[in-house]
Design a protein around this ligand. Structure first.
Ligand code: PGA
Ligand code: ZN
Length: 438
């Protein structure tokens, strides 16, 4: 039974205010969660409530969101059963009453929603991923035999080189990521990832490029000639690590193309390409890249409202590559349903704060699974020591996770949590290997 909520303003990995919530249950167990925050946010995401007082934290304070938790949310949900995540999340959604959670703020709602899940697990002295797995099994009931239901360690996709809004726009593409597709276990994957991260750094240093400073998600942020040079550097690092590109090592991209899409002219304006590209030309460029480099996954290859372009991209590359909608779907079932119906994308990025409650996140995961869309659980560029998404990925057997690089402790908090979960699951821990990719 939920006894009290205690919320406060703390700071995220960019030094920006965010919401932390303690959910206290009768008997004294406490669940704590901290809310993440994006930089390359989609237009359709649930709204973060920020104070807008320029005198304090440049207007980014979350004291109003925190106050709303104490004054409005706590009195309404105190006394509810923390094991009933669905009922609590439904109450939160009803209390806010808006379609974008703009009144109380998705940051307030999510902080409470996640803290409640932690409290429920803590009250039973149970690992969070076990509790989430119970919620997932209930949600996944009725889904086919082929939908994985047991706790499963995810295959990570990991930032090597960062650009876009995360690294001063040195590249058009936001992330060039590495996937250790040859890994046989999570800890084996992590070791390969660290070796690759070092090798990319060494390759950058060899080329006389910036190899020390890192972007918001821990990826290197060198000034490069063009996007293809970044792919080549990652391929060369694979070879230096004794990996075989396409065999046991692959590239994923987060193009984050919404952020260089010009809505007025309906064109994509890349700094490295002379003329603006229309959707077809973008699809051609992405297809060319996948021909030349071991690219198996492309996120936000097209902009958040370019549905027709997405359909063309999916027709062209959908059989051979994972095409992830991030800004396109914003973890919301209404948008995901449209993508499933018209054949736009074949995978969905899952970010808890894009939708604002744990239950709605499970809804998006279940909808994805029902229609064969691959889910990739993801962190934000603004993160904290909160590692809830590690448990979410394992508990829902999502298969893939995207946390950022193996630098910066807000990233390592999740990688390390996955190591502890691997240990807790024991020698027979299920690991989602390359089979989760096309
Ligand atoms: P964001 O970036 O958290 O800044 O939105 C992550 C992503 O685009 O996947
Ligand atoms: Zn993205």
């Amino acid at each position: 039974i939920l006894q009290a909520l205690k919320a406060r303003q703390v700071l995220d990995s960019r030094g920006r205010p965010t919401v932390e919530v303690d959910a206290i249950v009768a008997g004294g167990a406490i669940g704590r969660a901290i809310v993440p925050s994006g930089a390359s946010t989609g237009r359709h995401e649930a709204l973060e409530r920020r104070d807008g007082d320029p005198a304090r934290y440049a207007g980014l304070g979350v004291l109003k969101a925190v106050a709303g938790i104490h004054s409005t949310i706590a009195p309404a949900i105190q006394g509810m059963d923390v094991d009933d995540q669905g009922a609590i999340d439904a109450a939160l959604i009803a209390l806010d009453g808006t379609s974008n959670k703009g009144r109380l703020g998705a940051n307030a709602l999510l902080g409470v929603s996640m803290a409640v899940a932690h409290a429920s697990a803590a009250a039973r002295e149970e690992e969070l991923f076990i509790h989430i797995n119970r919620l997932w099994r209930a949600r996944a009931e009725g889904l086919g035999e082929d939908v994985p239901k047991a706790p499963t360690l995810p295959l990570p996709m990991v930032n090597m080189i960062s650009g876009g809004l995360h690294a001063g726009r040195n590249l058009d593409i936001q992330d060039i990521l590495f996937i250790p597709i040859g890994a046989e276990s999570y800890s084996h994957a992590l070791e390969t990832i660290v070796a690759m991260y070092r090798a990319v750094g060494a390759e950058l240093a060899r080329l006389g490029l910036e190899s020390v400073l890192v972007g918001d998600e821990g990826g290197y942020g060198p000034k490069l000639k063009d996007d293809e040079q970044a792919f080549q550097i990652v391929v060369d690092a694979m070879l230096a690590c004794g990996l075989t590109p396409g065999e046991d090592a692959a590239i994923a991209l987060d193009v984050a193309s919404t952020h260089f899409f010009d809505a007025a002219s309906r064109s994509y304006r890349l700094t490295g390409v002379e003329r603006p590209l229309d959707s077809d030309a973008m699809v051609e460029m992405l297809a060319r890249w996948t021909d030349r480099y071991p690219i198996v996954s492309i996120e936000d290859g097209l902009a958040e409202d370019d549905w027709e372009g997405w359909q063309a991209l999916t027709k062209r590359l959908g059989a051979s590559a994972q095409l992830i909608g991030d800004d396109l779907f914003v973890t919301q079932t209404a948008r995901l349903a449209r993508g499933i119906e018209i054949g736009a994308a074949n995978a969905v990025l899952i970010k808890v704060n894009q939708v604002g409650t744990l239950s709605e996140t499970l809804d998006a995961l279940a909808m994805a699974r029902r229609s064969g869309f691959r889910p990739v659980v993801s962190a934000r560029s603004g993160e904290t020591e909160d590692a809830t998404i590690a448990d979410l990925a394992v508990g829902t057997a999502a298969g893939q996770i995207k946390i950022g690089s193996v630098a910066r402790s807000e990233r390592l908090a999740k990688y390390n949590r996955l190591l502890r979960i691997e240990e807790a699951l024991g020698p027979n821990a299920a690991f989602a290997g390359r089979g989760v990719l096309p």
